[in-house]
Design a protein around this ligand. Structure first.
Ligand SMILES: [Zn+2]
Ligand SMILES: [Zn+2]
Length: 97
């Protein structure tokens, strides 16, 4: 599966970024905001990764669009490093409509 990686200074590890269908991505992002375990299970299902790997990526998903999952600073990019806390953020949530 095509994927990229981004290094997280906070965790001192690589965060794997799978290439997923938009509908799958949306579903994982949405479940993460409400139920963390469901999101990890959905990631395992979508990628074939083991639970630990899936969790490593899911833990970096935002729970609010454009807001760092760790320190709540505003984010400039969909996938990038928080300017405040240096944590990787993966913002898969849809734009507020
Ligand atoms: Zn991290
Ligand atoms: Zn932050």
């Amino acid at each position: 599966m095509a994927e990229s990686k981004i290094y997280c200074k906070k965790c001192k590890g690589e965060v794997r970024l799978p290439v997923l269908a938009p509908s799958v991505r949306d579903a994982i992002a949405a479940s993460w905001a409400s139920d963390g375990l469901e999101a990890v299970k959905a990631m395992v299902h979508a990628t074939g990764w083991d639970l630990r790997e899936a969790k490593g990526t899911v833990l970096h998903l935002t729970k609010r669009r454009g807001v760092c999952h760790r320190c709540a600073a505003p984010l400039a990019d969909r996938v990038g490093i928080c300017p405040e806390c240096a944590s990787v953020n993966v913002d898969w949530l849809p734009d507020a409509s």
